[in-house]
Design a protein around this ligand. Structure first.
Ligand code: SF4
Ligand code: SF4
Length: 455
């Protein structure tokens, strides 16, 4: 008998453990006796007791290592098929200019030229999308990113309208527009004509804190203007997803924000959602309010206990927590994570200067360029291969027991930490999972009945 190396054990209380099988996706509560059985099997001792069938069924144990490899291969092959039929994502950057000067902006070191993509380059973008999506069976998904894609100035508004028109004429899916929301009110009339997956607007808390963080270059706050834009968008049926960028400065304002969106009645609307993002250290050199992601998650869990309305906020910044919530909600096993994000599979980012990237957050930085689509389409296959990879393509990750919950780490974090993509920066998964299971244990065990998460 062989115990799978992908089974993780978390001690929650005396004689209470969580077993998380990152290979089969099962989560179970166990006591000391079960842990002992698994330890014995790990040491090569024989076990023929009552739990044998269950442990085999949930893929905690296998006949031998080879059997585990075969099980993994089946999952992997299934995943390859899914990826082959997944749509390609094209993020278009029409400008690197932004009308704000947020205090933690991770793009603040980019050159903020006011250029907007030219008509000629836009043609090239459309041609490139057509060429690159030929090998995919699904229609392209379009994402608008920046700089700030929704700045209400003549040339830019006309470009956005052309992209949306072209996408809808070609049956592309307009998946996502990532905006600061400052000019949303002007754009809503245009946006409501299209079926847009979501418009992601950043709101960093109630007015008193948002207006200290998301500001115009002259220091003026943006809260009132964004709220008007969101109100109007929701009225018009546009799907709004608020992103709250959280760090030490605004974390304690989350309950007040939850209160605000509840009072607004937004949570009751079918076209509204909200999630928490994180402000990271790298792009915000010397930024004083950043915190470790586990530290923020711990705080968020504490706040959620006191303020249940916060459960409407998806924990998008913490994938392991999202995965656990999914198991809780669907009561089904989750699939292993063979990659970290879209940069490893089907995402392309095209900017106004004819440059091509795999990583959305890396746009505008030379070290992230993987090719060009102007004057002609040229992809640097070597660079592309470093991004388009599974966790098993990375030597360091191959034997890692966290491989199937990690997926190989974020390339953006890795490069900005001064490392090479081949040597990824490991996320602190054990800490995040421990915190997550401690928080959700009462729900898993049935001690607490109801789970209100909208995740
Ligand atoms: S990045 Fe680190 S934690 Fe993630 S799979 Fe690779 S070695 Fe493991
Ligand atoms: S590599 Fe990191 S920053 Fe880049 S797209 Fe993936 S998750 Fe985002």
């Amino acid at each position: 008998m062989y115990k799978s190396k992908y089974v993780k054990t978390f001690k929650i209380r005396p004689n209470r453990y969580i077993l998380f099988n990152t290979l089969s996706g099962h989560i179970d509560i166990a006591d000391e006796s079960v842990i002992e059985i698994l330890n014995k099997i790990s040491k090569g001792e024989k076990y023929e007791g009552d739990l044998l069938e269950y442990l085999i069924d949930r893929a905690y144990i296998f006949q031998n290592k080879k059997a585990e490899e075969n099980f993994l291969k089946k999952k992997f092959d299934k995943w390859i098929q899914q990826i082959k039929s997944a749509p390609p994502y094209f993020a278009i950057v029409p400008t690197y200019f932004c009308n704000l000067a947020c205090i933690y902006c991770f793009e603040r070191d980019l050159e903020r030229k006011s250029d907007v993509i030219s008509d000629k380059m836009l043609e090239k973008v459309f041609n490139t999308i057509e060429i690159l999506s030929k090998n995919h069976s699904k229609k392209p998904h379009i994402v608008l990113f920046g700089g700030e894609p929704l700045i209400w100035r003549e040339k830019q508004a006309s470009v956005i309208s052309k992209i949306l028109d072209y996408s809808s004429e070609h049956d592309y899916v307009i998946a996502d527009i990532v905006t600061n929301g400052v000019d949303l009110l002007h754009f809503n009339e245009m946006l409501e004509k299209y079926d847009i997956g979501r418009v992601q607007v950043t709101l960093d808390g109630p007015k008193e804190i948002h207006d200290k963080r998301r500001i115009f270059p002259n220091g003026k706050g943006t809260f009132d203007r964004i709220i008007k834009g969101i109100d109007d968008a929701l009225e018009k049926g546009i799907k709004i997803d608020i992103r709250v960028n959280v760090d030490k400065q605004n974390i304690n304002y989350l309950p007040a924000l939850a209160n605000f969106v509840t009072k607004k009645g937004w949570l009751k609307k079918g076209n509204f959602s909200i999630h928490i993002g994180l402000v990271y250290e790298y792009g915000c050199r010397n930024y004083q309010f950043t915190a470790e992601d586990a530290e923020v998650l711990r705080e968020v869990f504490l706040l959620r206990e006191k303020h249940p309305e916060l459960r409407a906020f998806r924990l998008a910044a913490w994938k392991p927590a999202e995965i656990v919530i999914k198991v809780l909600r669907t009561k089904e096993a989750v699939f292993p994570r063979f990659t970290y994000c879209g940069a490893n599979t089907t995402t392309y980012c095209l900017d106004l200067y004819g440059k091509l990237y795999a990583c959305l957050d890396g746009v505008g930085r030379d070290e992230f360029v993987i090719g060009r689509f102007h004057p002609e389409l040229r992809v640097n296959e070597k660079k592309m291969k470093l991004w388009r990879r599974t966790v098993f393509d990375i030597p360091k990750c191959r034997e890692c027991e966290n491989a199937l919950i990690c997926g190989g780490a974020c390339g953006f974090h890795t490069i900005l930490a001064g490392r090479r993509l081949e040597d990824p920066l490991c996320p602190k998964l054990n800490e995040l999972l421990q915190l997550t299971f401690e928080y959700f244990y009462p729900y898993l065990s049935g001690e607490k009945e109801h789970i209100m998460d909208s995740n």
